[in-house]
Design a protein around this ligand. Structure first.
Ligand SMILES: Nc1ncnc2c1ncn2[C@@H]1O[C@H](COP(=O)(O)OP(=O)(O)OP(=O)(O)O)[C@@H](O)[C@H]1O
Length: 239
């Protein structure tokens, strides 16, 4: 199992104003699987992702990534674990503007003092069609190209899991489809594990599985989702 969460509780605030953002979440993400996390606004999707990725501490339960227990680790150990085991793709790309595409892609490994595998780098760059863009800076790239750079950055270190938070939220549907196709291929052909938070039933249709959150709990799960089955699942939550 690439990621395992058991009985995870996350509470924001205290007393009368406390919000139980996660209310006993148990969920597992198998290696080599592409999962979409969906649910109404405020259901706890981002909180869950942050807790699974060690960006936020849980108030109860446990989280394991690649067999390593996150709960109880200090900041330094968490930073190291994130660097070594987790890749991130954000809605806003989060590339460093002063670095070239290539430097952005290798940055996490450079920070970790690890040398990128040149063959793997070439394969990723080719799969993402970035060969001719490596010397460009983010401002010289389209949104889709920037997100593909972020995908290469996330995958280069062969992480146990890639967390993608609305990866197509800032892209038009055609460009977004290209990024989703790549994520799907990286699962099929490269064995990557991906957990993607999204509002978009079309995006979720690219995943192997959709898990649905409501009020801080996992309330449904759809295997081999397509946009229609995802919409139907979301509607069941509403009604
Ligand atoms: N830092 C915080 N402080 C206080 N409350 C928070 C904080 N972050 C999230 N919450 C609350 O926790 C609940 C879950 O929020 P979360 O952002 O995880 O939901 P979400 O499903 O990602 O929503 P959206 O789809 O709108 O992004 C909400 O009620 C939210 O208001």
């Amino acid at each position: 199992m690439a990621v395992r969460a058991a009985d995870v509780v996350k509470v924001y605030g205290t007393g009368e104003t406390a919000v139980r953002a996660l209310d006993g979440v148990g969920v597992e993400f198998a290696a080599g699987e592409f999962t979409a996390v969906m649910g109404p606004s405020g259901s706890g999707k981002s909180t869950l992702m942050h807790c699974l990725a060690g960006l936020d501490a849980v108030d109860g339960g446990s989280v394991q990534v690649g067999g390593a227990e996150l709960t109880g680790l200090g900041d330094r150990a968490l930073t190291r674990l994130r660097r070594e085991r987790i890749g991130f793709v954000f809605q806003s790309f989060n590339l460093l503007p002063t670095l070239t595409a290539e430097q952005n892609i290798t940055l996490p490994l450079d920070l970790a003092g690890r040398r990128p595998d040149p063959a793997w780098m070439r394969e990723l760059v080719a799969a993402l069609g970035l060969q001719d863009r490596l010397r460009h800076r983010p401002a010289e790239l389209s949104g889709g190209q920037q997100q593909r750079v972020a995908c290469a950055r996330a995958l280069l270190g062969r992480p146990d899991v890639v967390f993608a938070d609305e990866p197509t939220g800032n892209l038009d549907s055609r460009t977004g489809a290209g990024v989703l196709e790549f994520l799907r291929r990286s699962v099929r052909e490269l064995g990557q594990t991906i957990v993607m938070v999204t509002h978009d039933p079309v995006a979720a249709g690219h995943a192997d599985r959709a898990v649905l959150l409501a009020d801080g709990r996992i309330v449904d799960e759809i295997q081999q989702p397509d946009p229609e089955s995802v919409l139907a699942g979301l509607r069941r939550l509403g009604g």
